[in-house]
Ligand binder design. Structure first.
Ligand SMILES: NC(=O)c1ccc[n+]([C@@H]2O[C@H](COP(=O)([O-])OP(=O)(O)OC[C@H]3O[C@@H](n4cnc5c(N)ncnc54)[C@H](OP(=O)(O)O)[C@@H]3O)[C@@H](O)[C@H]2O)c1
Length: 264
């Protein structure tokens, strides 16, 4: 019997690429994001290419009820989720004290709370069946210090890294693998949504990866049981900086480069 993967933020970028990779590897898919038209287009293109079933379930993860409603809706279809991909995300530009709390609370809901809640909702079923794969899409920003103007982003991604590594330990021996993947700059809609496209276009090409490569590496990492995977040699080099240099120096370096080109 085919396994089923549930992927958040599947209407674009890394989530869409991960949907393709899971389908290519024989998983049926439950896909969520706000843009239903995009999910339906992806449903059609994947079902045309691969012998799998795709269920689009549009939802807005700003809504605190959304994770439970999605879980209930999946249960009511009689689907067992064997793989969970917490990928939906964005960054929120602007200084902390000038950004409305409503926007920051919604950001925390999508980037932190829903990630933890989906793990909490789907893990018991995975442990019971003796098989589970969880990819939490984090960022190189979760390893590097934060930068002014994107106040909550690095903290949210650090949380995702720590959550994933702790769940990796807690699920050892159960058949469940938990992996945080940490991409750096990746060609997606991310920098269009946060308004940084023009400045990030100035970055050299070696800083960039494509979403399909990030997705393939993420799939391999979770299948192998790697708890934390940094995508690409350039990003792995940057991830070493906090271990090699004094904190204040790294803080200034990261802040300057992100102020110049934008969040990753
Ligand atoms: N691109 C990069 O350089 C980069 C680097 C490191 C990490 N990341 C991480 O990679 C993940 C995917 O981002 P991406 O680069 O693929 O960006 P993207 O192309 O903008 O895709 C973001 C996805 O998240 C969904 N999403 C955003 N807000 C949502 C909400 N309120 N409710 C439901 N879904 C929502 C979007 O769907 P709808 O708009 O249809 O709802 C879309 O499918 C994020 O967690 C991001 O932090 C990206």
């Amino acid at each position: 019997m085919k396994k089923t993967a549930f992927i958040t933020g599947a209407s674009a970028g890394i989530g869409k690429a991960l949907a393709e990779v899971f389908a290519q590897n024989g998983f049926n898919l439950v896909l969520t994001a706000r843009r239903e038209d995009r999910l339906r287009e992806l449903q059609k293109s994947i079902q045309d290419k691969f012998d799998v079933k795709v269920y689009p379930l549009p939802a807005d993860l700003h809504n605190v009820e959304a994770p439970h409603e999605l879980f209930d809706s999946i249960q009511s279809k009689g689907l067992q989720i064997d793989a969970l991909v917490n990928n939906a995300g964005y960054s929120l530009p602007g200084s902390f004290h000038n950004t409305a709390w409503k926007d920051q609370a919604e950001f925390i809901q999508v980037l932190i709370t829903s990630v933890a809640q989906f793990c909490h909702l789907f893990l018991p079923g995975m442990i019971k069946s003796g098989y589970g794969r969880i990819i939490n899409v984090s960022s190189l920003s979760g390893i590097l210090p934060g930068s002014a103007g994107f106040t909550l982003y690095s903290g949210a991604k650090s949380f995702v890294n720590q959550l994933s590594q702790t769940l990796f330990l807690e699920t050892e021996g159960t058949g469940v693998n938990v992996t945080a993947i940490c991409p750096g700059y990746t060609y997606t809609e991310f920098h269009d949504v946060n308004g940084m496209r023009e400045s990030v276009n100035r970055l050299p090409s070696y800083m960039w990866m494509d979403a399909a490569t990030v997705a393939n590496q993420g799939f391999e990492a979770v299948m192998k049981g790697v708890p934390l995977y940094v995508n690409g040699a350039t990003n792995r080099f940057f991830a070493l900086l906090p271990k090699l240099l004094p904190n204040k120096r790294v803080l200034r370096m990261v802040d300057k480069s992100k102020a110049d080109v934008g969040q990753l």
